[in-house]
Design a binder for this molecule. Structure first.
Ligand code: CAA
Length: 382
């Protein structure tokens, strides 16, 4: 297969660095962390030591400013090795981009340099028990009291909420206002009234912690508000427009890993006196899987390059890329198990993990149904 001709030297170098790191220092631990449902300490340390945390952060804040395509290339490589670690890795821009987009000079100075090095970990908390796809229906309240806001309520499905030092939390100053009441806050670990709740026991990406957050009269200084009151919903959506391509890239990584495993197995596995790769039925499956992964990668790269070109309002392409890549990963992982037959259904082979990990791609950062709603709205102008 030919390499992607359109990558710059910097993008190629960062992709190659991530590939080496993923294969040598992340892949060997993936099954162990998945089995134990344990935080991927060694894999996260490897990323930290490699300096890859700062690639989305501008140089003036200590990052490499390599942009969304570079981030997507790295996310794909890490997800090829371990989708849970890739989820943790991408939580840094998910939690940190709102600061870059809406933060004051002080907020940027306070957080971005330390997010770039990985000294601080970030998270993003939008969803609630009663507000998943309907994000504007969130109910956690933020009441202004002098120079503070008092937060009350519970958030759910927060990736890395138990390890993050700073979390971009979306609450509402008036639930009746729906989207227009949503306001973002930077909540730090240890703030009185803030507690981490139940850790979910998940089907896949088991090494990536997903927790509930509880706020009980949690006082947050006004300086920790991100943007103005009521600007939180658009900030949440603008952030997702920038992160959905990279999330799609994770799905591409899982799809590529499943395809690689299926190709390798098809060449080795003997049935009816020959390798199963010699059967046209298997060849057609592999070719279809390859086309899905390839098309998903191109859509992801196109959406990421739009972000890098400063094209705003890229919701349409970002949603298409995320949705297509997620659905592709699910189909490719399912077919990889079929190529492996009974062996693929056991936990001895990694395709079983790829299948479980692929499923979340169709759910988090907006379900595939929500992406289709977004795409249809753009198409129909509604
Ligand atoms: N950029 C900027 N502004 C946007 C926007 C975007 N992409 N999308 C919407 N807005 C603005 C709208 O223009 C509108 O503003 P005005 O009223 O001023 O015109 C306002 O936001 C409200 O928009 P909608 O009327 O479209 O809102 P809605 O209630 O119909 O919802 C939705 C839209 C697309 C369904 C949205 O709720 C959505 O994306 N839902 C899915 C949420 C999601 O992705 N959750 C995942 C959480 S992240 C995660 O998974 C974390 C993790 O840990 C991995």
């Amino acid at each position: 297969m030919r390499d992607l001709f359109y990558l710059t030297d910097d993008q190629r170098a960062i992709r190659d660095l991530a590939r080496k790191l993923a294969r040598e220092r992340i892949a060997p631990h993936a099954a162990r962390y998945d089995e134990a449902e344990a935080y991927p300490e060694d894999s996260m340390r490897a990323i930290l030591e490699s300096g890859l945390f700062g690639i989305w952060v501008p140089e003036e804040y200590g990052g490499n400013d390599l942009g969304c395509l570079a981030l997507s290339l790295v996310a794909e490589e890490i997800a090829w090795a371990c989708a849970a670690t890739a989820t943790q890795y991408l939580d840094q821009p998910l939690g940190g981009l709102p600061i870059l987009l809406s933060g004051t000079a002080e907020q940027k100075k306070k957080y971005l340099p330390r997010l770039a090095t990985g000294e601080l970990l970030a998270a993003y908390s939008l969803s609630e028990p009663g507000a998943g796809s309907d994000a504007a229906g969130l109910k956690t309240t933020a009441a202004r009291r002098g120079d503070r806001y008092v937060l009350n309520g519970s958030k759910q499905w927060c990736t890395n909420g138990d390890h993050a030092d700073v979390i971009t939390v979306f609450a509402t100053v008036d639930p009746k206002k729906r989207a227009k009441g949503v306001t973002a806050f930077l909540v730090e670990k240890g703030m009185p009234g803030f507690a981490v709740g139940k850790k979910e026991k998940k089907m896949g990406i088991r090494a990536s912690p997903t927790v509930a957050l509880h706020f009980t009269d949690c006082e947050v200084p006004v300086e920790q508000r991100l943007g103005a009151e009521g600007e939180g919903f658009t900030l949440a959506m603008r952030t997702l427009d920038m992160t959905r391509p990279a999330t799609g890239a994770m799905a591409v990584g899982i799809g590529q890993a499943a395809l690689d495993a299926a190709v390798g197995y098809a060449k080795e596995r003997q049935q009816f006196g020959q390798a199963i790769a010699s059967f046209q039925g298997i060849q057609f499956m592999l070719a279809d899987m390859a086309m899905l992964v390839h098309s998903a990668r191109l859509m992801v790269h196109h959406a990421a390059r739009q972000v890098d070109a400063g094209i705003t309002g890229n919701t349409y392409e970002a949603s298409m890329a995320k949705c297509w890549a997620a659905d592709a990963a699910m189909k490719v992982a399912t077919d990889a198990i079929q190529v492996f037959g009974g062996y693929g259904y056991t936990r001895e082979f990694p395709v079983e993990r790829f299948f479980r990990d692929a499923k979340i791609m169709q759910i988090y950062e907006g379900t595939s149904q929500i992406q289709r709603i977004v795409i249809a709205r753009e198409l129909l102008g509604s």
